[in-house]
Design a binder for this molecule. Structure first.
Ligand code: NAD
Length: 451
């Protein structure tokens, strides 16, 4: 039996039984591949190359410069050159990579529209998937990704790194310890000024800002992400906000999303940036582009157990970065914006306390154990943890800590919010991707210091 089929079938047994896996002899070094070696792929590759338990066996990208940078990273790390795919710019080259024998997993870090077809092809080939955020575009994509995973039993993890942020994990410990009492309301979002990501000069040496190009003339995310803002109006990037909130609320583990509705503000920020701030000439195509994406999109979800969750997508206006988390229960609340907390009976009445003492007390065991290794990893260390979790869960044949149900439900917020807005901010029923299993499933995310 091929190594990966062994891995896959034993993982399936573990998943089916809901049992934690155990490390198996000979499974200590994984042969991983990566599809998409752009700006994000290179960050994830850095994490893979730091690990002795990973061999980077193959890389695929259709942009020669991005591929070159990734190969340089491998060389600088003193690792053997991986097999390379996509040099011919064939967008289907990833299928040849997936046909390689003996792959233990693949990380997908391509533009959003490629995630579902690439993940489906990988799962069909029996190659476990670590997929960058968003699982698909349409609602049907999400069902297709889910049903392929259920049929093939190939492991799939959404690489949602914010779930591993240090304060977010400390708050998870606090939620589990009952510090907030019974949870009532949660907030999160993606509030990040992306104007200089959505437009650049097209010069690979300067991937952020410095121009108003997007589409074919743009570079990196300006090449593909901006087009989503032209065509779509909805909560386009839900998982950084919803991931932690869903873990706090035990979504798919005794709870589930039942309803969703979204509101979108007018769209002004991107055009204002191009015309007024960047002073693009009137005849430049970006100056006459009409953007559909509302500058601030506000989404509310209702949960089976009575909690509400509010998400905000805010990427086209000037603002400092903030994911805007709030966790509120019958005994108090935490907000990340000013690192503040109020717990009735512990905090002075009607006053905020600084979060630091709580952070120190409830620091998650994973962070305590790996803080030194996470030092220098992307996004304040959380990128170490998300890669670590994928690799360790694969090695242990254990269920993925952020699994297929999480992936599709978190990501399906996008097409559902688009539908809600398009239908006059209508409240929609949220599909139950678990088909009733949410009632009996148990939490697995970050229950110990292993992954
Ligand atoms: N979790 C995070 O913190 C985080 C941060 C940044 C980006 N991301 C996500 O990572 C993904 C990639 O974003 P990015 O910033 O690296 O974008 P990018 O444009 O820099 O990189 C994407 C790469 O995919 C390649 N590609 C496109 N089509 C391909 C195909 N058919 N076959 C092979 N390669 C193909 C492109 O050539 C490009 O190099 C996106 O889903 C993005 O949302 C996540």
């Amino acid at each position: 039996m091929q190594r990966r089929h062994f891995l896959q079938s034993t993982a399936a047994l573990g998943l089916a039984a809901g049992l934690p896996g155990r490390a198996l002899a000979g499974r200590e070094r994984l042969r991983l591949a990566m599809i998409g070696t752009g700006m994000r792929g290179q960050v994830l590759l850095k994490e893979l190359l730091r690990r002795e338990d990973v061999e980077v066996a193959a890389l695929c990208d259709i942009e020669p410069l991005m591929l070159r940078k990734a190969l340089d990273q491998c060389e600088k790390a003193g690792r053997p050159q991986p097999r390379v795919f996509g040099e011919d710019a064939d967008p289907q080259a990833f299928r040849r990579l997936l046909a390689l024998k003996g792959l233990d997993g693949v990380i997908i870090a391509t533009p959003w529209e490629w995630h579902a077809p690439m993940a489906i092809a990988a799962m069909e080939a029996g190659v476990p998937v670590g997929c960058e955020v968003v699982a698909g575009i349409s609602l049907q994509d999400h069902w297709d990704v889910l049903d392929t995973q259920l049929r093939t039993r190939t492991p799939y993890m959404l690489l949602e790194n914010v779930c591993y942020r240090r304060d977010v994990m400390a708050v998870l410990q606090m939620v589990r310890a009952g510090l907030f009492g019974e949870l009532v309301h949660l907030q999160g979002g993606y509030q990040h000024d992306l104007r200089a990501v959505k437009f650049n000069s097209g010069d690979p040496a300067r991937p952020y800002g410095g121009g108003v190009e997007f589409g074919a003339k743009g570079w990196s995310e300006a090449r593909w992400r901006t087009q989503h803002a032209v065509q779509r109006n909805g909560e386009l990037y839900p998982s950084h906000g919803i991931g932690p909130c869903a873990m706090y609320a035990n979504i798919h583990r005794g709870n589930r999303f039942t309803h969703i509705s979204s509101f979108a503000s007018k769209a002004r920020g991107l055009q204002d940036y191009v015309k007024r701030k960047m002073k693009a000439p009137a005849d430049h195509p970006s100056a006459s582009t009409r953007f559909s994406l509302g500058d601030v999109v506000t989404t509310t979800l209702a949960c089976e157990n009575g909690e509400t969750i509010l998400l905000q997508h805010d990427t086209s206006l000037p603002r400092p970065y903030s994911l805007g988390f709030r966790v509120q229960g019958t005994d108090g609340l935490w907000m990340d914006l000013n690192r503040s907390i109020h717990i009735e009976g512990k905090s002075p009445p009607h006053q905020w306390e600084d979060f630091q003492a709580y952070q120190d007390r409830y620091d998650h065991p994973l962070w305590k154990k790996h803080a030194a290794q996470a030092e220098g990893a992307g996004h304040g260390g959380m990128d170490f943890f998300v890669v670590h979790a994928f690799v360790e869960a694969l090695k242990a044949q254990a269920p993925m800590p952020i699994d297929i149900y999480d992936a599709v439900a978190w990501s399906a917020i996008t097409p559902l919010s688009e539908q809600s807005i398009a239908e006059g901010f209508k409240t929609l029923a949220f599909p139950d991707f678990t088909r009733g299993l949410w009632k009996s499933r148990k939490p697995v995310f970050a229950f110990n210091d292993a992954y």
